[in-house]
Design a protein around this ligand. Structure first.
Ligand code: NAP
Length: 295
């Protein structure tokens, strides 16, 4: 069998997903390809989505990943959601199951697997998520599943409020987890947030594109911030390997990790869903290859 996978989103020019999935195929001695399918957010979008859906239904495509800005807008085209996607309300993986097209969200599991290199998830605490978009929702769900208290700081507080309300509803509807109390903050009030969360705060996760290659540099911490050195930072951004946020955090003596491990783990989960195969862990050789490639 020759597998055909793809990625929809826009823009896609920096994506390393074809390289990652090419390595996964090699690891199992399989034939296949992973195409980048850029879809600009214009009036052709609906027609293009329908074409992709048709290809998935007929087997011309065996599965797709979905990235910015379509993780939520693709939902109406699918027959249903499974697992974590029901809690998050956004998908990054589409697959065929018994003739139906289902959406899953492997960002949750990808994040949880990788962040454990930095914090002990079992000893729950308080996490602060920066940003309130699709990835923030996945990170919030992952921390809540592990009994963490979640706080979200965004530049548009209305977006953070909407995230908090929507996730609470979804978690209540689709899981047996007690309804979470997600606190929301204005990102500009950073020192106030730290003071309020005090020594409960164990982890800060950047879920914005701040510090991504090609984006203007911007600080997350205000100058002279007072922060407990035990706090760990995780940046979903992975290119460059030492992101602006990790660099800033280092100045305050904080340990951190970039999102390359999460990228790899979420991709591995998508591959396993599409093929029904299991990739042998750890994926450290591939991690090294990608990390060296990004330097
Ligand atoms: P998204 O849905 O577009 O959300 C981005 C969030 O960041 C929004 O809340 C946005 O606020 C905020 N934001 C953007 N620029 C900002 C700035 N300069 N200052 C403050 N807030 C800002 O994107 P996403 O899907 O959540 O992805 C976020 C980042 O995570 C991207 O860089 C993506 O590549 C990365 N990511 C990495 C992985 C991985 O596996 N490592 C997985 C998923 C995502 P506004 O709405 O106000 O702009």
């Amino acid at each position: 069998m020759v597998y055909h996978f793809g990625l929809i989103g826009y823009p896609l020019n920096h994506s390393i997903s074809p390289l990652i999935h090419g390595e996964f195929l090699k690891m199992h001695g399989l034939q296949g390809d992973y195409q980048l399918i850029p879809i600009p957010d214009d009036d052709q979008k609906d027609w293009k989505f329908r074409q992709i859906i048709q290809k998935l239904k007929t087997g011309e495509l065996d599965g797709i990943n979905v990235t910015i800005p379509y993780k939520q807008s693709l939902l109406p085209y699918l027959d249903g959601l499974s697992g974590d996607a029901r809690l998050v309300g956004a998908v990054n993986t589409v697959y065929r199951s018994n003739g139906k097209l289902l959406g899953e969200n492997t960002d949750v599991g990808g994040f949880l697997t990788d962040v454990q290199r930095l914090v002990d998830l079992k000893s729950s605490g308080s996490g602060l998520i920066i940003g309130a978009g699709g990835a923030a929702r996945a990170v919030a769900v992952g921390l809540i599943q592990n009994g963490w208290q979640v706080n979200v700081a965004a530049r548009r507080i209305a977006q953070a409020q909407q995230l908090a309300e929507n996730l609470s509803e979804r978690i209540q509807k689709y899981s047996s987890i007690p309804s979470p109390q997600i606190r929301v903050f204005d990102l500009l009030q950073f020192q106030t947030i730290l003071t309020e969360l005090s020594n409960q705060l164990k982890l800060i996760v950047n879920c914005t594109p701040i510090g991504m290659l090609g984006k203007a540099s911007r600080r997350i911490f205000p100058p002279g911030v007072l922060i407990n050195k035990e706090v760990r930072v995780y940046d979903l951004v992975y290119n460059p390997p030492e992101t602006d946020f990790l660099f800033e955090a280092k100045q305050y003596g904080l340990q951190g990790l970039n999102g390359m491990g999460m990228l790899l783990e979420q991709a591995a989960r998508s591959f396993e869903i599409w093929t029904g195969l299991t990739l042998s862990r750890p994926l450290s050789n591939l991690y090294t290859l990608l990390t060296e490639g990004a330097r």
